[in-house]
Design a protein around this ligand. Sequence first.
Ligand code: RM4
Ligand code: MN
Ligand code: MN
Length: 425
Amino acid sequence: MKIQDSVLGEANARREADLRRDYESLGERLARRGIAIDAIKAKIAAFGIALPSWAAGTGGTRFARFPGAGEPRDVFDKIDDCGAVHRLTGLAPAISLHIPWDKADPAALLARAGEHGLIFDAVNSNTFQDHPDLPLSFKYGSLSHVDKAVRDQAVAHNLDCVELGRKIGSKALSIWIGDGSNFPGQADFTRQLDRYLESAHRIYAGLPEDWRLFVEHKMYEPAFYSTVVQDWGTSYLIAQELGAKAACLVDLGHHAPNVNIEMIVARLIRFGKLAGFHFNDSKYGDDDLDAGVIDPYRLFLVFNELVNAEGTPGFSPAYMLDESHNVTDPLESMMASAMEVARAHAQALLVDRAALRAHQESNDALMASETLKTAFRTDVEPILAMARLEKGAAIDPVAAFRALGYRAQAAAQRPKVSGAGGGIV
Ligand code: RM4
Ligand code: MN
Ligand code: MN
């Protein structure tokens, strides 16, 4: 499916005059606050986020999955879909693959991504399910399994991911494992972590010089009593023990309720161990809801820390989405989510940092909070939309996506897949 420039042009033409007025008026108001709107727009135009290939299809819960029409059938369809998201938002120039789900010929992957101007971000290994072509089961764990043969298989899979990643230009391996336990006493916490570390060291040793290893923590699920890499503390200790190429990946949904995630981000930045993000939102647990739909203020506060840290040597977090779209069109969700992340970034760029510092140093709690709120309350949509227009993307990506009839075209070209079964893909 190709996005027709003429239809996109028409959709934009209908909105352009209003947008220019809104942009000018916002520019005037920001100028009163000493902010140059074009400088903010330039930063947003340079901002990009990687899309998770696995989120292009409809997700599911452990109860059921309700696929929509025109679902991607393979990684090439997923790349096409991510290309459409990038074309319409101008915000998603990269795609993160999940192996073995996306295993394919590297040259063919590069060629298809190149057609859309996409590059490949971190490669994700998968040892939380069995692979049809691997002899041993990951039912009782992978990198921390009691059986060395299973650990060897898990290590080899991760190194295969690096091998594929090298061929497609990725520079990082993200490791999230389902290892843990479901019953008290089932696993010896310390021995299990020791086994994990020994395996992780072997993967680390196989990383190319210019690669990074992203350690992703998650409090629970699929293991419901304990998880080997359960929180940022363990993740940090692991990354620290492995070495300079290892750092911690923060998936927003992977924390206990009410945890202060922005503070975790600040701590990881302070110690040079923030790898990047899997953005999503949650109400209860690892809900994998669309970024910014539940708590946009929290997303803003995370970006507040990131903007605050700009200029720190070696600071270059990876920005990725990680969501499960169960009831929406996955592409509309990815567009909306990428825009929410960019919105939080733009709002954080508006924080009057000198004023904030002065309020902090004079212990003026109320005005410190108001300084953040002033930035957060600013409707930055004209900045985001103008950045999109100037890139040749859509002023209103979701409306354009619908006007283009992308999903109907996809449905015509891609036969419907079975609705049976649960699971995330
Ligand atoms: C996990 C975790 C990983 C993702 C899988 C699909 O909960 O967030 O990052 O790869 O889901
Ligand atoms: Mn994740
Ligand atoms: Mn998750």
